[in-house]
Write a protein that binds this ligand. Structure first.
Ligand code: TEU
Ligand code: CA
Length: 579
């Protein structure tokens, strides 16, 4: 297997709007990020994925790009971005930007020109535009990811300009028209933009919603799956073939010449096809493992999504490891991102009761450290989402009117339409809203958590006095300190081979709520085996040992209770042992 620099990457995702605000307007910005690079360097990460900071109406918080060549004034200037690239590189940190090319904003010049000039616009075929069917119905019954039909009239709502007899396709918000990748001019524009950024010194891209660039033709209806009469758009995507041609072209024209690192946001692919995506000659360097994200997701509605159990998580990651290693592929592993709830709430045991009666006894510091240890030692690249390293938790969400996230709005509406009460619907919004990950980073216990001196665009999580970076930086038992230990272990030349390239083998996979595996490397002086073992429950259990412990490398408790050929594990205990 060919080795690459990014095999040993430890990545950190920054959501710019919520990371650090330098000018106190309540919105995070690039100068704020620059001011925290020393913090990140001290943590030990060596790659940053920056969520979009391009000019945007921020209808989907920047995932609706109105200019691919700039920086939104709220986030700073292009000069700030150049400085960020430079300051990262100076610290040995590689910067990845977010490539949002399955759609743009309806405020992008291309779309505005189409609204203005209709069919005579040179950009008309940059989008999927169809005539309103003669009977006034919709061309297809596909449901957009954020709810409602994917079709909207080709009209600017504010000015009335446009053509109401035509409809355009948007897989996400109405303000996010899909780009027509069948059109070679669109592909050329995207390739040009990628090269432009790579030439500025970034190392690569995280690639947004890429599965959506290929549609199934001819357009048709799929079986309705909810009271709205629409059908989840993934039903269509399943029948779309040929995405590989687009992605190979992109790789050859843009990524390969720069030796760029690319990590795809790839959902819903058959795991048998993983090598096409990220094998030796795959479209991308890596892609995220979303198996735990989509677990129990069924139809895309949050109110039908099952809770992930320890056993379910085990089968997710063990399955992902198996298919990735068969394909010789390096997955990107994560617990959180800007679209998902905070990991303590999603992965640890949390009682059903809410509010004052909520039983959060399952959410402990040990549990948070355990989660970190489990995914950090998997084969692949660990990504940390901002705030995860200090154990940030889901925020308080009182009513739907307080929710900012457009996805939550659509999900709430669908839940009500499916017959849930307001309280029932809100239960699902609280557990899965994207706002949970987007509350500002909790830097210290001062007003607004040290994120800003102005009122933040999204309220700070009320727990910031207890959970913040400053409180943890000088505490050797903090979650932050634990992440530092894990990062240092991955970098330690004695264990790097095993942790990066070592074989992955499940350990006692049938023992309930024990999540354990070994990583074994073949080295000059023989084999090296590390055992990563987690007691994934809030009560003790005993784990048999098949070979003696040579060294305890990481432990989220002070001590370790060994009996003969066994360890008696504390609740949520996580051990990394050299065997
Ligand atoms: O996410 C794509 C997205 O919405 C998926 O989570 C989708 O729901 C999934 O395919 C369902 O299985 C990206 C960004 O991460 C997100 O923030 C944006 O809102 C979205 O694209 C649109 O750009
Ligand atoms: Ca700001």
């Amino acid at each position: 297997m060919q080795t690459h620099w990014w095999h040993s990457a430890i990545a950190y995702q920054i959501y710019p709007k919520s990371f650090m605000d330098s000018n106190n307007d309540g919105i995070g910005d690039i100068r704020g990020i620059i001011s925290k690079l020393d913090y990140l360097q001290d943590l030990g990460i060596n790659v940053i994925w920056l969520s979009p900071a391009y000019p945007s109406p921020l209808a989907d918080e920047g995932y609706d790009v109105s200019d691919y060549y700039g920086v939104d004034p709220r986030f700073g200037t292009l000069a700030d971005m150049d400085e960020l690239i430079h300051e990262c590189n100076k610290r040995g940190i590689k910067l990845l930007l977010d490539l949002v090319a399955s759609h743009c904003s309806d405020e992008h010049a291309w779309f505005k020109d189409v609204i203005k000039n209709g069919k005579t616009s040179p950009y008309y075929d940059y989008f999927y535009i169809v005539d309103v069917p003669a009977d006034g119905t919709l061309p297809t019954n596909w449901r957009s990811y954020f709810g409602g039909s994917v079709w909207s009239p080709l009209v600017d709502e504010n000015t009335g300009e446009g053509d109401k007899n035509k409809l355009y396709l948007h897989s996400f918000l109405k303000k996010q028209p899909d780009l027509n990748w069948e059109n070679p001019a669109v592909r050329a524009e995207i390739a040009k933009n990628i090269n432009w950024w790579l030439n500025r010194g970034i190392a690569g891209f995280r690639i947004d919603a890429i599965i959506n660039i290929k549609k199934a033709f001819p357009f048709k209806d799929y079986p309705a799956d909810a009271p709205d009469g629409l059908s989840n758009i993934s039903n269509m995507l399943e029948e779309a073939h040929g995405i590989g041609e687009f992605l190979t072209e992109l790789r050859q024209k843009s990524f390969d010449p720069h030796n760029a690192f690319t990590v795809g946001e790839v959902f819903d692919i058959d795991t048998n096809h993983i090598s096409e995506w990220i094998g030796e000659n795959g479209y991308f360097s890596s892609m995220f493992d979303f198996s735990a994200t989509i677990y129990g997701a069924k139809d895309g509605f949050w109110h039908n999504k099952e809770k992930l159990t320890a056993e379910a998580y085990k089968s997710c990651i063990f399955g992902a490891m198996e298919s990735a290693s068969k394909a010789g592929a390096f997955l990107s592993n994560k617990l959180e991102n800007h679209d998902e709830p905070r990991c303590p709430n999603y992965y640890l045991w949390e009682g059903e009761n809410e509010g004052e009666n909520a039983d959060k006894s399952g959410i402990t510091d040990e549990g948070k450290k355990m989660l970190a240890g489990i995914y950090f030692c998997l084969r692949g690249i660990p990504f940390i989402y901002q705030g995860q390293e200090i154990g940030m938790e889901n925020t308080e969400i009182i009513a739907i009117g307080d929710v900012h996230d457009c996805s939550s709005q659509g999900q709430y509406y669908s839940a009500i339409e499916a017959g849930l009460t307001n309280e029932e619907a809100m239960y699902h919004i609280r557990r899965l809203s994207r706002d949970n990950a987007r509350t500002p980073m909790q830097w210290d216990s001062s007003a607004y958590a040290g994120f800003s001196k102005g009122i933040p665009w999204l309220p700070i999580n009320p727990n910031y006095k207890k959970i913040n970076a400053a409180a943890q930086l000088n505490d050797k038992n903090s979650i932050h300190a634990f992440y530092k230990q894990l990062i240092a272990l991955r970098k330690n030349p004695n264990y790097a081979q095993a942790l990066i390239y070592g074989d992955f083998t499940p350990y006692l996979p049938n023992q309930k709520n024990l999540l354990a595996y070994t990583r074994t490397s073949k080295e000059r002086i023989g084999k090296k085996t590390l055992l990563i073992a987690a007691n994934f429950q809030n009560e003790p259990q005993t784990m048999p040992l098949t070979s003696p412990i040579k060294k305890i490398l990481i432990n989220n408790y002070e001590d370790i209770k060994t009996a003969e050929n066994a360890i008696s594990l504390n609740p949520y205990q996580l051990l990394i042992l050299k065997l």
